[in-house]
Design a protein around this ligand. Structure first.
Ligand SMILES: Cc1ncc(COP(=O)(O)O)c(C=O)c1O
Length: 490
């Protein structure tokens, strides 16, 4: 059947929480366009509680943008009340539409279309909603969709704020086993298939069948794992068979790296192959869940946090019209609108990177920036893996490493002796030793959904190569980590 708005409503109404069903939004302002047409006279606005532009303390701004990550060359971008006309300060400092500014919506829509991160159904049935960060949109989606009857499948180790958001709605979270093998990364589909096929007799028989899967498919947080395309296809087929919605949270997807080369640890194909944006889009980026979606069952979260700056609190969601209306309404009565100045700065910066304002040129320029970032992250990933493999603790078999091919994280599994003391106690003690040596990491067990379920995965640290000042600092950090592990275990 061809998808229609009515079909979307019928299909996804059961995916809405009781809370949302009780949410009534009273629009108290006139939404009809004005019929006033007296020549030479201006319509006078006495309706919106909007301050006059002259009451804003900012007259103009200018942003100096870098020509490449780490560069000292900058381009100056002036931002005034009049320019850029579509996103002038008088608009971005003002109350505005809850869905975001149209020029930015148009840009992100063109951008995801260029990369194929769009659904397969009729383009008039899906939208891009600008938002204040994926974390916030995920909170809103769970508020809108889940309640005490709902069950959400999640990776057994995950971005924990999302778990808090799910639980706060009264819903249950059910962990899915992760495979950490080099040739099989991410959700264990054999486990998942078995769980779903035998739900009524399985460990969660007391719960309803799951309505949602929350997944971080590329450069997963905390594990750094990336699901293969085959795995994504299997999981999408399971979503169709067992009728659940996939929440695809993909903050790290653009930071995608070619595989680590053990023979040549510093090899960086972004540089050595002089990779083009075409090759990056076609050969490097992963196939997204949304690009497989024929049914409207994928909601994709993208953010500017990792490819622009987290402080912008700017992101967008790609979703079908039904979920869009729901999320937009919630946005209308909560955050009201995505921050105007952030939209302004992101939009102006990206446009200033391009030689012309032609959308294709702007997309190309933005892709160049993203690729340069991915290239720098590849170097950092290489440096850290090389340092880990050459470290004393690794050579003595005291830890192992899971190699990431995307994102910001590497996990190091510490070979603690379970007979000595409980694993968590040892990891807590070890992190104190690391403190003494001057290096900090995340305790993996703190990112487990259910520590009993993940009892074989509690002995790891999540390390990030994103924040160190330079490669030397990364190498020094690994030496300190290794010294700590040797001191504690040897
Ligand atoms: C998986 C995941 N989702 C979402 C976020 C947060 O994104 P945002 O900054 O857009 O709220 C993070 C940040 O660490 C993350 O790891």
């Amino acid at each position: 059947m061809t998808l229609t708005n009515q079909e979307l409503r019928d299909r996804f109404a059961p995916f809405i929480s009781r809370r949302d069903a009780d949410r009534h939004i009273n629009i108290f302002w006139e939404t009809q366009p004005s019929a006033f047409s007296e020549p030479g006279k201006q319509f006078i606005e006495l309706s919106g509680g909007m301050p006059h532009t002259s009451f804003f303390p900012i007259e103009s701004m200018s942003v100096n943008i870098l020509t490449a990550p780490g560069s000292t060359d900058t381009i100056n971008v002036p931002i005034t009340h009049e320019t850029p006309s579509s996103l002038a300060l008088k608009h971005t400092l003002q109350y505005a539409l809850s869905e975001g500014f149209q020029p930015l919506i148009d840009f992100v829509r063109a951008f995801v279309t260029r990369l194929g991160n769009v659904p397969q159904y009729d383009p008039s049935l899906w939208q891009c909603l600008i938002a204040n960060g994926s974390c916030d949109s995920l909170f809103k989606i769970f508020q809108t969709c889940t309640d005490e009857r709902s069950v959400v499948l999640v990776e057994e180790l995950t971005f924990v704020p999302v778990i808090s958001n799910i639980l706060a709605t009264g819903a249950k979270v059910v962990p899915l086993k992760l495979s950490m093998r080099d040739d099989d990364q991410g959700i264990d589909t054999t486990y998942m298939e078995d769980l779903l096929a035998n739900w009524e007799t399985g460990p969660y028989a007391a719960y309803d069948r799951p309505k949602f899967l929350y997944t971080i498919p590329t450069g997963q947080n905390p594990t750094g794992l990336t699901q293969s395309v085959d795995k994504r296809r299997k999981i999408y087929a399971l979503a169709q068979k067992y009728d659940f919605v996939i929440l695809e949270d993909d903050p790290y997807g653009y930071l995608k790296f070619p595989k680590f080369n053990h023979e040549k640890p510093m090899e960086n194909p972004y540089i050595s192959t002089e990779m083009t944006t075409e090759q990056y889009a076609r050969d490097v980026l992963m196939t997204s869940y949304i690009s497989m979606d024929t049914d409207g069952r994928v909601i994709r979260f993208e953010t500017f946090s990792k490819i622009f700056a987290p402080g912008m609190r700017l992101s967008f969601v790609i979703l079908n019209n039904f979920f869009y209306e729901k999320l937009l309404k919630f946005q209308e009565i909560t955050t009201r609108q995505p921050t105007g100045i952030s939209q302004q700065i992101v939009y102006s910066t990206i446009h200033a990177m391009a030689p012309t304002k032609n959308t294709d040129d702007v997309i190309e320029a933005w892709l160049h920036w993203i690729m340069k970032l991915a290239c720098s992250y590849t170097d950092r990933r290489n440096v850290m893996l090389d340092a880990l493999y050459n470290s004393e603790a690794y050579k003595r078999g005291l830890y192992s490493v899971v190699e990431p091919s995307a994102g910001m994280f590497i996990i190091v599994n510490v070979n603690v002796d379970e007979k000595r003391a409980p694993v968590i106690q040892q990891m807590d003690e070890l992190i104190r030793v690391m403190d003494k040596h001057g290096v900090r990491a995340i305790l993996g067990y703190k990112m487990a959904v259910d520590r009993e379920f993940s009892k074989d995965h509690l002995n790891f640290f999540r390390l990030t190569y994103a924040y160190a000042d330079n490669h030397e600092q990364l190498r020094e950090a690994v030496t300190r980590l290794s010294d700590s592990v040797v001191e504690y275990l040897a």
